[in-house]
Design a protein around this ligand. Structure first.
Ligand SMILES: Cc1cc2nc3c(=O)[nH]c(=O)nc-3n(C[C@H](O)[C@H](O)[C@H](O)COP(=O)(O)O)c2cc1C
Ligand SMILES: CCCCC(=O)C(=O)O
Length: 409
C-alpha cells in the first residue's frame, strides 16, 4: 500500500484507518479469531455472529486488505458512510400494544413479483473477490430466501451464468457507457436471459474518491460481462485506483434525463432508477416515466456529505405521490431499520455490504444467514410494534427528528 498522502488532512494527521489492517490474518485465522471471541467470564458462549454487523469483522479477517477496503470503504472522509447508519439511529419506533400478532406476515410484492420479506439484494460488483463461486453463491442464497437479487453489471460471473444458476426472479443493474451500444447489448442480454427489470444507476457520472482504493492502488478484476466487447487501455496504471481510472474512461458523464427515452427504446423491461436523493429528481424521474425509484447514495461511495437515504426518504415519497414504488438502500443493518424505512414509505429496502461480508465470511450460507437474520429481526420488530402485516406499518409507527423539532420550539 502506498504511504503517500491522498488528501490535505492526512498530510498532518495520518489516518489510522489505513493502519488498522496491518498484518491482518487470512481465512485460516478466522476460526482462531472466533475462538478468542469467547466470553472472558462465561468462557464457552457461542462465537457465531448473532447479527449482521458481526459479519464485517469476520469478512475483514477472511479478505486480503485491498478487497476488504474496496467492499467496506466510502468516499473521502466517509462522513456519509457513518451517517447512513446513524440516521437510522435517530428515528424511534412508536409501538402499539394489544394487537393480535400471533401470526406475522412479512410477504410483499415488488413490481408484482412476490417476495418473502421486503429485503432485496443490492447490486454490488465483483463477488469473486469474496469467494471463488462469486455471484452464483449470492444468487442461490437470495433464491433460498425467496427474495430478488439485483445483479451488478460489474458482476464477476456473467449475466448468463447467474441466469442459469437457479430459478428465481432477478433484476439487472446497468450503467450507461460512452459506448451506448455496449450498454444496450448488456440490457438486451439481461432481458433475453429472464431478468425482470433494469436498474439504472444514475449517481455515477464518474467514480467517487475512495481513498483506501487510491492508497491500495486498487486492482480491479477484468469485467466478465464486457469480455470480448471492449478492451480498455487504462492510462496512468501506476497511480491510484485502477477501478476509478477504468470507470472514468467508461461512463457517459453527459447522460441526461432525456436519455431515459433512449433506454426505453432498447428494452421492454420496467426501469428502476437508482441514486435519487431529492424531491426535485424524484419528480423528474416520475415525469421521465420510470417504473420505480431507489433512494440511494451508492452506499456513501460517491459524493461524501450527500444525505443518508433514510433522512430524505419521506421527501421523495411525498413527491412521488404513490405513482411508482419507492425503495431504499444504504445503512440497513437491522430489522428495525427495515421497519423504519417501510414506515416512512419505502416499499422495500436493499442491502449491499452485509451480503458481501456474509459471502466473504461464510460463502453462500453466510449470505443466507444475513438475509435470515434481517428477516427474523423484522418479524420481531413487527410483532413488538403491533404490526401483523407489512401494510400495517404506517407513518405513525415512527418518530423522526422532523417530528421532534416542533415540540422543542
Ligand atoms: C463493494 C460495493 C460495490 C458496489 N457496486 C455497485 C454496482 O456495481 N452498481 C451499483 O449500482 N451499486 C453498487 N454499489 C452500491 C450498492 O448497490 C448499494 O447502493 C449500497 O451498497 C447500499 O449500502 P449498504 O452497503 O450500506 O447496504 C456497490 C456497493 C459496494 C459496497
Ligand atoms: C464501475 C463501478 C462499478 C462498481 C461500483 O459501482 C462501486 O464500486 O461502487
Amino acid at each position: 500500500m502506498s504511504t503517500q498522502p491522498v488528501n490535505v488532512a492526512t498530510q498532518k494527521l495520518p489516518d489510522m484507518r489505513y493502519e488498522r489492517h496491518a498484518g491482518v490474518p487470512r481465512q485460516t485465522d478466522v476460526s482462531k479469531a472466533l475462538a478468542h471471541a469467547a466470553h472472558p467470564v462465561l468462557g464457552n458462549s457461542s462465537s457465531e455472529p448473532v447479527n449482521v454487523n458481526e459479519f464485517e469483522e469476520l469478512a475483514r479477517l477472511a479478505l486480503p486488505n485491498m478487497y476488504y477496503d474496496y467492499y467496506a470503504g466510502g468516499a473521502e472522509d466517509e462522513h456519509t458512510l457513518r451517517e447512513n447508519m446513524q440516521a437510522f439511529h435517530r428515528i424511534t419506533i412508536r409501538p402499539r400494544v394489544l394487537v393480535d400478532v400471533s401470526q406475522v406476515d412479512m410477504s410483499t410484492t415488488i413490481l408484482g413479483y412476490p417476495i418473502s420479506a421486503p429485503i432485496l439484494v443490492a447490486p454490488t460488483a465483483a463477488h469473486k473477490l469474496a469467494i471463488p463461486e462469486g455471484e452464483l453463491a449470492t444468487a442461490r442464497a437470495a433464491a433460498a430466501a425467496k427474495t430478488i437479487m439485483v445483479l451488478s453489471y460489474s458482476s464477476s460471473c456473467s449475466i448468463e451464468e447467474v441466469a442459469s444458476s437457479c430459478n428465481a426472479v432477478r433484476f439487472f443493474q446497468l450503467y450507461i457507457f460512452k459506448r451506448r451500444d455496449i450498454s444496450a447489448l448488456l440490457a438486451q442480454r439481461a432481458e433475453r436471459h429472464g431478468y425482470k427489470a433494469i436498474v439504472l444507476t444514475a449517481d455515477t457520472p464518474r467514480l467517487g474518491r475512495r481513498e483506501a482504493d487510491i492508497k491500495n492502488k486498487m486492482i480491479y478484476p477484468p469485467e466478465k460481462n464486457l469480455e470480448g466487447l471492449i478492451s480498455i487501455n487504462i492510462q496512468c496504471v501506476d497511480q491510484g485506483s485502477k477501478l476509478e481510472t477504468f470507470a472514468n474512461q467508461m461512463m457517459d458523464a453527459s447522460l441526461r434525463w432525456e436519455d431515459i427515452r433512449w433506454l426505453r427504446s432498447i428494452t421492454s423491461l420496467p426501469i428502476l432508477i437508482k441514486g435519487i436523493l431529492t424531491h426535485e429528481d424524484a419528480t423528474r424521474a416520475v415525469e421521465a416515466g420510470v417504473d420505480g425509484i431507489i433512494v440511494s447514495n451508492h452506499g456513501a461511495r460517491q459524493l461524501d456529505f450527500s444525505p443518508a437515504p433514510v433522512s430524505v426518504l419521506e421527501e421523495v415519497v411525498d413527491a412521488v405521490k404513490g405513482k411508482v414504488p419507492v425503495l431504499l438502500d444504504g445503512g440497513v443493518r437491522r430489522g428495525t431499520d427495515v421497519f423504519k424505512a417501510l414506515a416512512l414509505g419505502a416499499q422495500a429496502v436493499l442491502i449491499g455490504r452485509p451480503v458481501l461480508f456474509g459471502l466473504a465470511a461464510k460463502g453462500e450460507g453466510g449470505v443466507r444467514t444475513v438475509l435470515e437474520m434481517l428477516k427474523n429481526e423484522l418479524e420481531t420488530s413487527m410483532a413488538l410494534a403491533g404490526c401483523p402485516c407489512i401494510k400495517d406499518i404506517t407513518r405513525s409507527h415512527v418518530r423522526t427528528e422532523h417530528d421532534r423539532l416542533p415540540s422543542m420550539l
